[in-house]
Design a protein around this ligand. Structure first.
Ligand SMILES: Cc1cc2nc3c(=O)[nH]c(=O)nc-3n(C[C@H](O)[C@H](O)[C@H](O)COP(=O)(O)OP(=O)(O)OC[C@H]3O[C@@H](n4cnc5c(N)ncnc54)[C@H](O)[C@@H]3O)c2cc1C
Ligand SMILES: NC(=O)c1ccc[n+]([C@@H]2O[C@H](COP(=O)([O-])OP(=O)(O)OC[C@H]3O[C@@H](n4cnc5c(N)ncnc54)[C@H](OP(=O)(O)O)[C@@H]3O)[C@@H](O)[C@H]2O)c1
Length: 470
């Protein structure tokens, strides 16, 4: 019991990536009410932002977690570029510390990759490298002393429920000892971009003699030098990696049907965009759905996205999954059957860090009684309404947690009303909307710099002049 007679509750957080870290911080702000334990299978905090060059199973036999590739982005190249250009005059009157364009930076400027009470200490208008994101997460964990509460190299193997308690089974990877502990509250923050989806149903795929990899284990383009490469899938990974591979490959095909703004990516003739996907595969050929046959193909890169892995979730938890969806969650997060469980990290196409902050705040406040949690029936109705709306818009089942257009802001508005706190700032929203529009409309969207005016809640977007390297 704390001083006010409220029962203390034990909290298990599974994963110390961005989701687990922000939840840990929000719980630790109420140390009077919660005892926090974070379980992390890796040796440090940072989740997918811990770049791992070696993609083989690690010494504990676990598959690599991170899907980050090396050039997202090369820091040494970045440093050289900054040094090289520091005296250059740029397009606009302001002599901004503009960085030259190169492809594989984060897809958002860091102002839209920021937790609510931990601002970046660098120019927030920039697209940054994965190393800088990791540094931010490590600084965050250090600042809020989260590591003290984290069991590193501990793999959670099962979460189940009995007798109003959560049972967490876990293994110390170093000693191989297994344990079971009970908790009052549990948070699943295991990430959703680590288990690759490969369309194994494509006829003939097993007969292909060349190299086959998924973007999850792609790190560098070197192995594709002088090869004829077919990339399947036109999401952010497919587009990013095809561009990079095309620099070294003899021919690169991007096989997708995803138009951006009514057109395919404006990649010029560097990449052949097929407008069709794989129908069948032979020993060194690929037949596409439009009848075209790609011949003498040396390598296939599957950029076909990821599966949600629910293998640690026992059926007794009261949520279930399938087809890229986890069913039974209110606001894509709170277990409707047992609202002392949160699943953070399912939503796609969102400013992750900013939205995670709002979600974490809401969940903790539902437990302290500061926020409203609707009744079970109301939550079921809400979920049903979301499902019906998505169905009426012909959305794919696997996009059940994807936010389109202003859905993100409606979601945030609702969360803030229920949680009794402020919604995301107009500046964050405007900046994120602008980034999406740029992403839809321009390949070189990272050519932009933003000058932010926090007081006025406005920004100015500046495009850099084309700079030629000597
Ligand atoms: C290639 C790529 C590029 C991206 N670029 C951007 C970007 O530019 N901007 C952006 O905002 N987002 C980007 N993202 C999205 C990215 O996933 C999020 O930024 C963020 O990392 C999600 O945080 P998370 O905590 O949900 O998951 P993760 O970062 O995956 O962290 C999950 C953590 O849980 C741990 N874990 C998992 N299972 C267990 C277990 N059973 N036991 C113990 N620990 C476990 C993992 O080791 C990991 O540390 C990108 C993703 C990918 C794949
Ligand atoms: N630079 C960056 O910041 C960066 C780079 C890479 C990734 N990311 C992030 O990483 C996350 C994952 O991105 P992702 O591109 O790996 O996955 P994704 O967004 O799920 O995209 C996968 C693509 O493959 C398509 N696909 C799936 N199965 C297919 C099949 N059988 N045949 C043809 N196409 C198929 C999908 O189409 P449907 O969905 O229509 O089925 C989709 O377009 C995203 O959140 C993204 O923002 C960021």
């Amino acid at each position: 019991m704390n001083g006010n007679g409220i029962k203390r509750r034990s909290v298990a957080i599974i994963g110390a990536g961005p989701g687990g870290l922000i939840l840990a911080h929000k719980f630790l702000q109420r140390k009077d009410l919660f005892d926090v334990t974070v379980f992390e299978k890796q040796a440090d905090v940072g989740g997918t932002w811990i770049y791992c060059e070696d993609t083989e199973p690690n010494k504990y036999g676990l598959p690599v977690h991170s899907s980050i590739y090396r050039n997202l982005s090369e820091l040494h190249r970045y440093k050289n570029f900054e040094a090289k250009f520091q005296n250059h005059v740029f397009e606009k009157v302001q002599r901004l510390p503009v960085i030259p364009y190169f492809d594989n930076l984060t897809n958002l400027p860091i102002a839209t990759m920021e937790f609510d009470d931990f601002p970046h200490n660098q120019n927030p208008s920039k697209y940054v490298s994965h190393q800088q994101v990791l540094k931010y997460l490590q600084d965050f964990a250090h600042h809020f002393a989260i590591k003290k509460y984290t069991k590193f190299l501990h793999l959670v193997t099962k979460v189940s429920r009995d007798d109003d308690l959560w049972f967490v089974d876990y293994r110390n990877l170093e000693t191989q000892e297994s344990f079971t502990e009970t908790f009052d509250v549990v948070c699943i923050c295991q990430g959703r971009f680590s288990v690759p989806y490969i369309p194994n149903h494509i006829p003939g795929l097993n007969t292909f003699k060349g190299l086959k990899i998924h973007t999850h284990t792609y790190r560098v383009p070197d192995i594709f030098k002088n090869k004829r490469v077919a990339v399947l899938g036109g999401g952010p990974s497919g587009a990013d990696i095809a561009l990079e591979v095309a620099d070294v490959a003899s021919e690169t095909y991007l096989c997708h049907t995803v138009p951006k703004n009514g057109n395919f990516y404006p990649f010029g003739d560097k990449i052949i965009q097929t407008g069709a996907i794989f129908k069948s595969v032979g020993e060194d050929s690929i037949e596409l759905t439009n009848g075209t046959v790609l011949r003498n193909i040396d390598a296939i890169i599957f950029a076909t996205g990821y599966q949600i892995d629910l293998s640690i979730i026992d059926p007794s938890c009261g949520i279930e999954g399938g087809e890229g969806r986890v069913d039974g969650l209110f606001m894509h997060m709170i277990n409707i059957n047992y609202p002392t469980m949160a699943y953070l990290g399912l939503m796609e196409r969102i400013p992750v860090f900013n939205v995670f902050s709002q979600m974490a705040k809401y969940f903790v406040r539902t437990l302290t009684g500061e926020a409203e949690l609707p009744s079970k029936d109301e939550m079921i109705l809400d979920l049903e309404a979301d499902r019906k709306e998505r169905q009426s818009l012909n959305r794919k089942m696997k996009h059940s947690h994807r936010m389109f257009c202003d859905e993100m802001w409606r979601y945030d508005e609702k969360l803030s009303i229920l949680g009794r706190f402020k919604p995301l700032s107009p500046l964050t929203k405007a900046l994120y909307d602008k980034c999406l529009a740029l992403f839809e409309g321009e390949t070189n969207y990272k050519d932009y710099q933003f000058i932010l005016n926090y007081d006025k809640g406005t920004y100015v977007a500046l495009k850099k002049m084309t700079m030629k390297l000597d």
